[in-house]
Design a protein around this ligand. Structure first.
Ligand code: FAD
Ligand code: SIN
Length: 517
């Protein structure tokens, strides 16, 4: 199969890129599972953009840099912040609704680390609204084909032409991908002029995460296998407040916008504690808040703290947070009267595949967008609600860059079809679930909010056993989605641990007790 642009992933990054690139050539979007199942669809708080005074670009830039703890790329920060208002207009043109005040101005949320109200939102369902509008626009576009239940297994490079490719090979080029049709089990060779990896994050490598089941880090793992450069993988951001509801997975998020609205963190005995940790108290940057909660919980042997919004008018609470209100009520917590039990959970990958200002990776004709990428915007800790805007800004940058180069690039000849015809061993396939849980528990136990040299070493050792077992299985088995995901999770976990061991300091989301701040 040939397509001008092969987009892998149907979240904000992939879909917004597709809508732009389709003006130039044919776009094929492949996505595992249903189109709507992605991190984008669960975003609550909103999307950052400087909108009204007294906010300014300079303030948004400073807040992003402060949160990023000295590890941001200033050019990426400037690019996203300054281009944000324009891209918000594109989202609106594609049909996205944002809440407005009675006088017709956008209603702006505030979250941790922000010194101003600058987050546009649609109720507490911003991501679902953006995803709805993008899917609708994509489905109406004559130049876009969407293939649901199509799982990208690996990227095609010179390696598939029989060349020996290492991380030091110059001019590695991407020619498309092998894609598994989940319904038929067939693996198709999809050739493209440009390949866009927009596969989202990897929260599923942890037992406790806000990310849906699709977030297994496939794109990062595929790019790593193709020898692309990855960076900042150790900076896994934990969201301070997910609903404590044992047995529920993924964890349901309680948006930080609720703290922006005035909610207060309390210990189980009712005491406020954030003033001990940061002058912004409950609205401190996310890494600091998550660590403070973790510290208080471990010190007391408790599994959760409380978020208290009961001092606010009940009607305003229901108006602002209808989805959270209903969800909490369904487990017997009336947030207008009761404190909400909350606990931190893995939430966002600040690192990923290293890209330039056009979203281009170290591999030619391979672009990586959204959470799978590392643009340098987030540094060591992402400022809340900066990721949706990053996805659409870089979607636009990449669309422009590829469209300008369109005529100069053709399709590669001579790529062989997938030729392996292994069998499936039912017993071994059952072990996949167990191995997945093992990866998750290694990462949660040893590579969580707080790490140490010893815990990272232990994690690597434990993971290496799983790696060997899984590779052995992969090499003799016909690939199925579950096996590929497990393999990808192990690869991504490896990168988090490896890059964490290389960073000999505690900074942002990477807190190593051997290098105390
Ligand atoms: P995604 O939206 O995750 O899309 C990835 C797509 O790739 C999915 O369709 C997936 O199925 C597909 N895919 C993955 N692997 C493969 C494969 N091998 N083959 C084919 N398809 C594949 N950010 C904000 O800015 N504001 C917020 O308020 C906010 N709230 C959040 C709340 C929650 C609960 C979560 C989980 C995240 C939140 N974030 C928020 C982060 C933000 O939602 C994500 O970073 C962003 O949506 C990522 O977009 P994306 O397009 O890169 O990836
Ligand atoms: C939230 O609504 O708290 C999540 C915002 C984000 O992760 O950017």
């Amino acid at each position: 199969m040939k397509t001008d642009f092969l987009v892998i992933g149907s979240g904000a990054a992939g879909l917004s890129f597709a809508l732009k690139a389709a003006e130039k050539g044919h776009v094929t979007i492949v996505t595992k599972g249903e189109m709507v199942e992605c991190n984008t669809n669960y975003a609550q708080g909103g999307i950052c953009s400087v909108t009204y005074e007294p906010d300014t670009f300079e303030k948004h830039i400073t807040d992003t840099l402060v949160c990023g703890a000295g590890k941001c790329d200033v050019k990426a920060v400037e690019l996203v912040v300054r281009r944000a208002p324009e891209l918000i207009q594109d989202l609106i043109a594609w049909g996205t609704r944002f809440n407005k005040t009675p006088d017709g101005r956008f209603e702006l949320n505030r979250e941790g680390g922000h010194t101003e109200h600058r987050i546009l939102h649609y109720e507490d369902l911003t991501g679902a609204e953006i995803e709805r509008a993008l899917i609708q626009s994509v489905k109406q576009h004559p130049n876009i084909t969407v293939l649901e239940h199509h799982f990208a297994v690996d990227l095609l490079t010179q390696h598939h032409l029989g060349e020996f490719v290492t991380r030091h090979t110059r001019n590695i080029t991407c020619f498309g991908a092998y894609v598994l049709n989940e319904k038929t089990g067939e693996i198709q060779t999809m050739l493209s002029r440009f390949t866009i990896v927009a596969t989202g994050g990897c929260g599923q490598i942890y037992s406790s995460t806000s990310n849906p089941h699709v977030a297994t880090g496939d794109g990062i793992a595929m790019c790593h296998r193709a020898k692309a450069i990855t960076e900042n993988m150790e900076f896994i951001q934990f969201h301070p407040t997910t609903l404590y509801n044992p047995g529920e997975t993924p964890n349901f998020l309680i948006t930080e916008a609720m703290r922006g609205f005035g909610a207060i963190l309390r210990l189980q005995n009712g005491e406020e504690f954030m003033d001990k940790y940061h002058p912004m108290k409950s609205l401190a940057p996310r890494d600091i808040t998550a660590r403070a909660i973790y510290r208080e919980m471990t010190r007391r042997g408790e599994d959760y703290v409380y978020l208290d919004v009961t001092h606010k008018p009940a009607e305003a609470i229901r108006d602002h947070f209808p989805n959270i209100y209903e969800k909490c009520l369904s487990i017997g917590v009336d947030i207008t009267k009761d404190w909400i039990p909350v606990t931190p959970a893995a939430h966002y990958s600040c690192g990923g595949v290293k890209v330039d200002l056009n979203g281009q990776s170290s591999i030619k004709r391979l672009y990586v967008l959204g959470e799978a990428s590392c643009t340098g915007l987030h540094g060591a800790n992402r400022l809340a609600s900066n990721s949706l805007i990053e996805a659409v800004v870089y979607g636009d940058q990449a669309a422009k860059h590829t469209m300008e180069r369109f005529e100069k690039v053709g399709f590669q000849e001579g790529i062989p079809d997938w030729d392996f015809e292994g069998t499936q061993h039912t017993e071994e396939m059952l072990m996949l679930i167990q191995s997945k849980r093992e990866v998750q528990s290694i990462m949660s136990n040893y590579v969580g909010i707080v790490r140490s040299n010893l815990s990272l070493k232990r994690a690597m050792h434990r993971l290496s056993i799983l790696f060997e077992e899984t590779e052995e299985l992969y090499n003799k088995t016909k690939p199925v989605r579950e096996l590929c995901e497990l393999r990808n999770m192990i690869a991504v976990a490896y990168l988090v641990i490896k890059q964490g061991r290389e960073l000999q300091e505690s900074v942002g989301c990477h807190y190593n007790t051997d290098y105390k701040r």
